[in-house]
Design a protein around this ligand. Structure first.
Ligand code: FES
Ligand code: FES
Length: 185
């Protein structure tokens, strides 16, 4: 099968029953997507498939054949830090961080289809993403701020020390690891 991850073409061989979550984490070393309940309850495994927030633990890898998959690794890197990462960082949207990748991907799909969500729309969108730490208020605040940043109504990177001096991200480890795995497929 072949898919695109953050726009990069990836080919891999998977057994028919391999889930997309297993393929991402164990075949492609993209461990940012979390394996929580593994049965569709927690939202920690959420990725964006062709623009739709999708539970990777309930999706077979082969269902993603030919599709575009975005994981937390594909969010924009510093210094052009993604607005959502910026919002979560500035407003304390994450504590232990376990739910954060799923929250970020659910919010990515929301903001891509609705750049100006109400607070209730944000709450509705993340209602399938469980967080044991934050109480959700800060997460909603962070997504609201990210929406404003994306609309150009709030500044990006405020209070991030040295952001103007942050070098471009190094070529990602997961990419070279992914290529290595592909060679073994
Ligand atoms: S790991 Fe997929 S919903 Fe919990
Ligand atoms: S920040 Fe810990 S589970 Fe959400």
């Amino acid at each position: 099968m072949s898919l695109r991850i953050g726009g990069s073409a990836v080919a891999l061989a998977v057994p028919p029953r391999r889930t997309l979550l297993e393929a991402l984490r164990y075949d492609l070393d993209l461990v940012g997507t979390k394996q929580g309940c593994d049965k569709g309850d927690c939202g920690a495994c959420t990725v964006v498939v062709d623009g739709v927030a999708t539970l990777a633990c309930l999706t077979l890898a082969v269902e993603a054949d030919g599709k575009d998959v975005c994981t937390v690794e594909t969010l924009e890197g510093a210094p052009h830090v993604d607005a959502l990462l910026d919002g979560f960082d500035r407003l304390g949207g994450g504590q232990c961080g376990f739910c954060t990748p799923g929250m970020l991907m659910t919010a990515t799909a929301l903001l891509d289809r609705n750049p100006r969500p109400t607070r209730d729309e944000i709450k509705c969108a993340i209602s399938g993403n469980l967080c044991r730490c934050t109480g959700y208020g800060k997460i909603v605040d962070a997504i609201e701020l990210a929406a404003k940043i994306r609309r150009g109504e709030a500044e990006r990177g405020v209070g991030m020390p040295g952001i103007e001096d942050t070098p471009e991200p190094l070529p990602s480890n997961q990419k070279s690891s992914r290529e290595g795995r592909q060679g073994q497929s």
